[in-house]
Design a protein around this ligand. Structure first.
Ligand code: LHQ
Length: 275
């Protein structure tokens, strides 16, 4: 199945700031303003919302892959946009976050299947935290991660203050936020910020292989794993054990569980349908 990129207004009009494609149960969203390192604009946020709606609504999507076109992944908010550049005037960044970034990050978390980020180059500001919002994050060896916010007098947003202490610990999170140091892909892997870095030439292939593999996996269980793991930092052990029992009850009723056990007993590869 291949679904072409369209906007809601005109079924045949392609997106302008992103590329979007669904094939073989994998939705691929490519940020596509390479001249500006794929910095977010208001227009891009509109298109991202539409793409996310399509991801949620298209039956059969089992993985979302997010990457960037050109030499960058995403340089965060486009600082030359009028609404931002006029920051001297009372621009309400809180509203910008509530309208655009927060629903995007929450939306990725709430998708009941894996979100893979393939970080092809620099990821800065909100672009860094979009990258880190992936359930599994791969990066090209030449990619880098920068909590650039303090350089312009802002605090990490788009979930940065939530994800960083949980992945790299509070001491590193605080220093990364205050110092805005560039973190290489290798350092990001070593510190637990991302899953792994791979040679630049291998990134697209590895990401696609990973997505293909996950798209044939037990999707329902993946969705339940997301719920359990993301809840774990808020729960005590007793609550987490209760949550595991509740979610495992659901997993145990799935078709994929039956298939997994049958396949094991019959000594053959399982054919998961995601249900
Ligand atoms: C850009 C940008 C960019 C516009 C590169 N904007 N053009 C903020 C405000 C409001 C509400 C809510 O939340 C936020 C969240 C945020 O994301 S704040 C953080 C915003 N991002 C940054 O502060 C990062 C700014 N960019 C950089 O520091 C550098 O560009 C990095 C370190 C990412 C890459 O450096 P280089 O590899 O040396 O590339 P470059 O600086 O030469 O950039 C290439 C082009 O991209 C260049 O355009 P030009 O026309 O001169 O070739 C840049 O102006 C443009 N660009 N980031 N955020």
């Amino acid at each position: 199945m291949r679904v072409s990129a369209t906007t809601p207004k005109d079924e045949h009009m392609p997106f302008e700031t992103i590329l979007f494609d669904i094939a073989d149960s994998v939705a691929t969203l490519t940020l596509n303003r390479p001249d500006k390192l794929n910095a977010f604009t208001a227009g891009m946020h509109v298109e991202l919302r539409e793409a996310m709606d399509r991801v949620r609504q298209t039956k059969g999507v089992r993985v979302l892959l997010i990457t960037g076109a050109g030499r960058g992944f995403c340089a965060g908010q486009d600082l030359s946009e009028r609404a931002v550049a006029e920051g001297r005037a009372p621009v309400d960044f809180g509203s910008t976050l509530e309208a655009n970034y927060n629903p995007l990050i929450r939306g990725l978390r709430e998708l009941p299947f894996p979100v893979i980020c393939a970080v092809n180059g620099v990821a800065a500001g909100a672009g860094c935290n979009l990258a880190l919002a992936g359930d599994i994050v791969l990066a090209a060896r030449s990619a880098s991660f920068i909590q650039a916010f303090s350089r312009i007098g802002l605090i990490p947003d788009a979930g940065g203050t939530w994800i960083l202490p949980r992945t790299v610990g509070l001491a590193r999170a605080m220093a990364l936020a205050m110092l805005a140091d560039k973190v290489s892909a290798e350092q990001a892997q070593a510190s637990g910020m991302i899953w792994k870095c791979v040679d630049d030439a291998q990134l697209a292939t590895e990401a696609q292989q990973l997505c293909r593999m996950l798209a044939q996996g037990p999707t329902k269980a993946y969705g339940l794993m997301k719920q359990a793991l993301y809840a774990s930092s808020e729960n005590g052990l007793a609550e987490q054990l209760a949550l595991e029992a509740r979610l495992q009850r659901d997993a145990g009723k799935s078709h994929d569980f039956q298939e997994g056990v049958m396949a094991f007993l019959e000594k053959r590869p399982a054919k998961f349908t995601g249900a």
